[in-house]
Design a protein around this ligand. Sequence first.
Ligand code: PHE
Length: 450
Amino acid sequence: MEKSIPKRENWGSRIGFIMAAAGSAVGLGNIWRFPYLLGENGGAAFLLIYLVFVVFIGISIMIAEFAVGRNSGSAAVGAYKSKSGKWTFAGVIGVLSAFFIMGFYPVVGGWSLAYIAQTFTGLLSNPEAIGGTFGAFIGSTTAPLIWMIVFLALNVFIVARGIAGGIEKAGKILMPVLFGLLVLIAIRSLTLPGAAAGLSYMFKPDFSAVTGQTYLAALGQAFFSLSLGMGCMITYGSYLNKKEDLATNAVLVTGMDVGVALLAGLAMFPAIFALGMAPDAGPGLVFVVIPSVFAAMGGIGPILSVIFFVALTVAALTSSVSLMEVAVAYFIDEKGIERKKAVYSVASAMGVLSILSSLSLGSMSGVTLFGVGFFDFFDILTDKIFLSIGGLLLSVFVGWFLDKEMLRKELTNGGTVKFALFEAWHFLIKYVIPVAISIVAFYGIKSIEQ
Ligand code: PHE
């Protein structure tokens, strides 16, 4: 038994940390967002660009966030501030990202919850009506709001109990369930007649339709899916114990995240082509394709559908609690507010944004900001703008303002673990990544304007 009393609450175990960090990364981003972006952006070419960004930008930034968090022992804002007050704004941008992502994430989490219930009330009994049912549901007023609030309440319950007690337990039990289920659905989908067309859509790149927007979408998705660019992994890193090998942890978490996204693609695209559906159907994709696959199965279809939406809800929860934790940690660490109070106020603000988002898909669809409704506005603002800026600021901060030898020490645990690629990592963070993000953001935003 160690005698030392940790300054901060610590992760109960290594596996607990990895499961919690992977739990943050793996969520609606992988199963709801990744497939529909892939479908909207032409398939394999998007996948390839995405993977390049994940490997060269995502992993490096995750390593950097873990290092900054553990080194400073504080959440996003505190970590930046501990270097210089001038950097506080970079952390605050991250906290704002958390608020805005939680301005639409609970809405989709609510859809997933609702689909658990809808399986029992005939969702699968009329396959032709599945698409229409989804559209009618998200456009209605009360039902999606109620489910969104239930989803948010579950977050409050978990986050209020604190880091080790709540988040860790949820992640440990429920992540493996999700993984197993996706494998099962992928096998079913791949064995449907006509599934091969979906595979070539996913893996045979066609660069003719790629534009600046494709790159920006892929970069934004890399940040979103890996929970980067907003201080989440800084916050998680701050709870991480001094003996952990940060680079290995980052590679493991990224691997799991990409693995689940690919599995979600394999579960959906073969079925989309086999069932003659449109790959570019947008945000409704998972809620239409997966129930259609289950409906086509008959027999055990409804049981699997219930398990799937339970698992999707859980994946969403282990991500949303990490988003909420970023905002809550800010109020606890920086403003000295007690955890429970912080949780209630943060959740209420997020609830208000989510109400606007949900209504923007129906009764409030006429209200627009910069030409889009609230749901799309919060989505575009965070994923295409805030997270990229957050990633850019983090890499400049780490590459140019933190001491290289301090970083070397942090990443090798004072020389006790090997990090052979340290120099390459530092070069990427200092030069390549800031330039790459700037170019992608510049051309991406330019091509949105056109
Ligand atoms: N990575 C999560 C997902 O894919 C979303 C998220 C983004 C969580 C940013 C935390 C921080 O669903």
